[in-house]
Design a protein around this ligand. Structure first.
Ligand code: PMP
Length: 374
């Protein structure tokens, strides 16, 4: 099997799975119980949370465990909108967000908020002139992803924050960092709220995190035994410990791992550039882990299933909107066919050189076959 869909989800690292299994078996006590089993679990919970805080360079009180990035995005956007609506009713998001952000925006629009959508340039980066125009005195929240999930375009978060602050110093800045964490160097301290997910960093599914700057108050979406808790209920200790481990491993040797991935990316781009009908949807701002191309003459789903026949796995765009045209490619290039024929190849430092060769062989075989059929 050649798996090149790491941006959809990653396999769980064996050592992370070992932690999950060990904690499930040996720490089954509820961390909230008063007896020794509970205390033992609570100590482990405290140490896992401490580790997460240290890894992200934040305080232990500045994050909430969630079920994933979708939930973190909901808590952040809806929670902030409800708390701060007395200061304004406008929210700004980019045109390069994950579908979960747009789902939340639709809900907020139904609640009376006005959402402004900021353009991106052909290189996939925020159009700063448009951002300046759209962040007004009534804007309470801006949400811009750190890395786009379809094209890998990376946003300069520090500059975005400066621009926002210049227009409105009270405006909250959220970033969906799901596709950035563990791939490139990003800091949650460049924003006020940040979302991430375990299953994109070789951790388990069903866990993520929301960073929340200590000065912010979010209206909780869920209510439980303890007032003010954003994610009430019994802590999912095995998931939390496994997430802490996955995060530690993901943040290790970032530059070295990125270099491995960059070489793979360059090899694929050099090879595919030989085909005059294939367009590469990347700019110098795209991280190498995500390579988006347009086949132009072939339906992506047909091609994906052809590759699958050789046990080669890639995506059309994001796994969350596989059958839709790529909104990000449309926004970058304004070309309908280009946005309808995308293939996303997402790479890992765990990818082997032989897998890249196998992928290219399978690609050539099916591309030539399907192009001839046309
Ligand atoms: N945001 C981005 C940028 C993503 O890529 C994804 C996963 N496709 C999500 C949010 C949703 O993450 P989760 O599956 O953890 O809810």
């Amino acid at each position: 099997m050649v798996y090149l869909d790491y941006s959809a989800t990653t396999p769980v690292l064996p050592e992370v799975l070992d932690s999950y299994n060990k904690v499930t078996e040996e720490y089954f006590g509820n961390p909230n119980s008063l007896h020794s089993l509970g205390i033992k679990s609570n100590e482990l919970l405290t140490s896992a949370k401490k580790q997460i805080a240290e890894l992200l360079n934040i305080k232990e009180t500045e994050f909430t465990i969630t079920s994933g990035a979708t939930e973190a995005n909901n808590m952040a956007l809806i929670g902030a909108a409800l708390t701060y609506r007395r200061y304004g009713n406008r929210i700004v998001v980019s045109k390069m967000e994950h579908p979960s952000i747009y789902g939340i925006c639709k809900f907020l629009e139904r609640q009376g908020f006005v959402v402004d959508y900021v353009n991106v340039t052909q290189e996939g980066v925020i159009d700063f002139d448009d951002l300046k125009r759209k962040v007004t005195k009534d804007t309470i929240l801006v949400s811009i992803c750190a890395v786009n999930s379809e094209t890998g375009a990376r946003q300069p978060l520090k500059t975005v924050r400066q621009v926002i602050r210049k227009n409105n110093e009270n405006c909250i800045f959220h970033s969906d960092m799901t596709q950035a964490i563990g791939k490139v160097n990003v800091s949650v301290n460049d924003v006020d709220l940040a979302s991430m997910s375990g299953h994109k960093i070789y951790g388990p599914k069903g866990i993520g995190l929301l960073f929340k700057n200590k000065n912010l108050v979010l209206t909780p979406l869920l209510y439980g035994a303890h007032e003010g808790e954003l994610h009430p209920g019994t802590p999912a200790l095995p998931l939390i410990v496994a997430f802490a481990k996955a995060l530690r491993l993901a943040l290790k040797d970032l530059a070295k791992k990125e270099e491995i991935v960059r070489k793979y990316n360059e090899k694929i781009v050099a090879h595919l550039s030989e085909y005059s009908d294939i367009l590469i949807n990347s700019s110098k701002y795209c991280i190498p882990h995500i390579l988006n191309i347009s086949l132009m003459n072939i339906k992506p789903e047909t091609f994906i299933h052809a590759l699958e026949g050789d046990e080669v796995y890639v995506s059309s765009n994001t796994a969350c909107s596989s059958l839709e045209p790529s909104a990000s490619v449309m926004n970058m290039y304004g070309n309908e066919i280009r946005s309808r024929t995308t293939i996303r190849i997402s790479l890992s430092h765990l990818t082997l050189p032989s897998e890249i060769s196998e992928f290219l062989d399978s690609f050539d075989k099916h591309y030539q076959e399907l192009a001839n059929l046309k």
